[in-house]
Design a protein around this ligand. Structure first.
Ligand SMILES: NC(=O)c1ccc[n+]([C@@H]2O[C@H](COP(=O)([O-])OP(=O)(O)OC[C@H]3O[C@@H](n4cnc5c(N)ncnc54)[C@H](OP(=O)(O)O)[C@@H]3O)[C@@H](O)[C@H]2O)c1
Length: 382
């Protein structure tokens, strides 16, 4: 008994809409055959074993690098979880600037085509054979590799997901996993912010920036934040910035010198890159730290090592993924973030919500500086 090839996608799409496992499909056939309607297939139809292992889900796919228009809404196959894996039905997906770098080719995706996205929260719908510690129904979140969160469902290594406390909404969890853990490693591990420090945070009203300012303020620092608009400045002040600078209109180095009475700051957290990098070095006090952790305006120009010498400066270019390598590191970082959300130290601003199918518009808005706080994508029916 065979199913002819063109009928498989229709069948899989129906299976997904009805939220049935493929193993239910033969039963579905018999029911509909008995009712004698809906399907034109005959009693001789069934599905091949390879098709039975492959469900289809909706996802955003990138087939060629480029602008936001290369993000396509497609059906993609998803298998069942293997040893050590879980299958997660996403309830909310976090949008991050890194997704734009991959879409444009600033960072190279491991495969082409690929599904973008590195942050989501969802419910475990299947676990791989022999897996303990995770079960169907668990609410989990993840950040980082493997890429592919812009999808209704995805397969993940169980050791890269963390449980989400029941007090935390999935949209909040999806907004705070990657961005919150970034803020955590920046202020707690990369450069340890302490009471009495004065720090400079660029893009202070952004997804990471909002959380970073709140966390640094809670640690007792004086926080200076740069933003592009007065609306974003108001948000940054609400997030604990003691001083805001409109960096499109004001000279950042002059303003920082004024605010610090000429001393400069202990650390600059610079995610803007090309447009701010040189000024960031000039804002530092002697033996200050430049933490260059992103390049939303483009990669900074090369810097001769000798440029650090006059003030004995430190320069680092860190990545969250190197600070959450082990399971223990991941659990500790996520645990601190969720604890700070639960206690109110971190107010998570889910300022923008888009249907998952409109990821292209969401990325365009993030890239064009139209957003503040976090942006989440919500799958249909999640
Ligand atoms: N190293 C790591 O592990 C790590 C982890 C997470 C994020 N990051 C980096 O952190 C940064 C923030 O990420 P996010 O997802 O939270 O994004 P975001 O801060 O919400 O968005 C980027 C912001 O950067 C500012 N910006 C300045 N110049 C820009 C330009 N030419 N084009 C676009 N934006 C510009 C804009 O704020 P204004 O309008 O106020 O200027 C914009 O809203 C990104 O650079 C990202 O790569 C790094």
């Amino acid at each position: 008994m065979r199913l002819i090839e063109p009928q498989i996608p229709q069948l899989m799409s129906l299976t997904r809409k009805l939220k049935l496992s493929t193993t239910c499909i033969n039963n579905l056939f018999s029911i509909n055959q008995n009712k004698g309607r809906k399907f034109r297939y005959t009693a001789s139809l069934s599905i091949s074993s390879s098709a039975a292992e492959t469900d289809m889900v909706k996802a955003i796919r990138v087939h060629e690098l480029g602008g936001h228009e290369v993000l396509k809404w497609e059906d993609v196959p998803i298998g069942e979880p293997k040893d050590g894996e879980v299958r997660v039905k996403n309830k909310a997906i976090g949008l991050n600037f890194i997704d734009i770098y991959y879409r444009k080719g600033v960072y190279k995706a491991a495969t082409m085509p690929f599904t973008p996205g590195m942050e989501a929260a969802g419910v475990v719908v299947a676990v791989g054979p022999g897996l303990t510690g995770r079960k169907v129904g668990d609410l989990v979140a993840y950040a980082g590799n493997p890429m592919g969160s812009y999808a209704e469902e995805q397969i993940l290594p169980a050791d890269r997901v963390v449980p989400v406390p029941s007090s935390i909404d999935p949209a909040v969890a999806a907004s705070v996993m990657l961005k919150g853990m970034t803020a955590q490693f920046l202020v707690r591990r990369c450069f340890k912010v302490e009471p009495g420090h004065t720090i400079l945070v660029h893009a202070a009203a952004g997804g990471v920036g909002s959380l970073l300012c709140q966390w640094a303020n809670a640690l007792g620092a004086t926080v200076i934040g740069t933003v592009s608009t007065t609306e974003k400045a108001a948000q940054a002040r609400d997030d604990g910035c003691h001083h805001t600078i409109l960096y499109k209109e004001e000279d950042v180095v002059t303003r920082v010198k004024e605010i610090t009475s000429g001393k400069g700051v202990e650390v600059v957290y610079d995610s803007v890159g090309k447009d701010t990098f040189e000024g960031s070095l000039a804002c530092l006090k002697t033996r200050g730290y430049l933490v260059s952790f992103g390049q939303s305006s483009g990669s900074p120009d090369p810097l001769p090592l000798s440029a650090l010498a006059p003030k004995s400066l430190f320069l680092t270019r860190p990545s969250l993924f190197n600070y959450t390598i082990t399971r223990d590191e991941l659990l500790e970082a996520a645990g601190e973030v969720f604890a700070n959300v639960a206690s109110g130290v971190l107010k998570v601003r889910v300022n923008h919500t888009y249907p998952l199918s409109e990821a292209a518009q969401a990325q365009a808005d993030l890239e064009n500086r139209k957003t503040s706080g976090s942006v989440v994508l919500i799958p249909d029916g999640a």
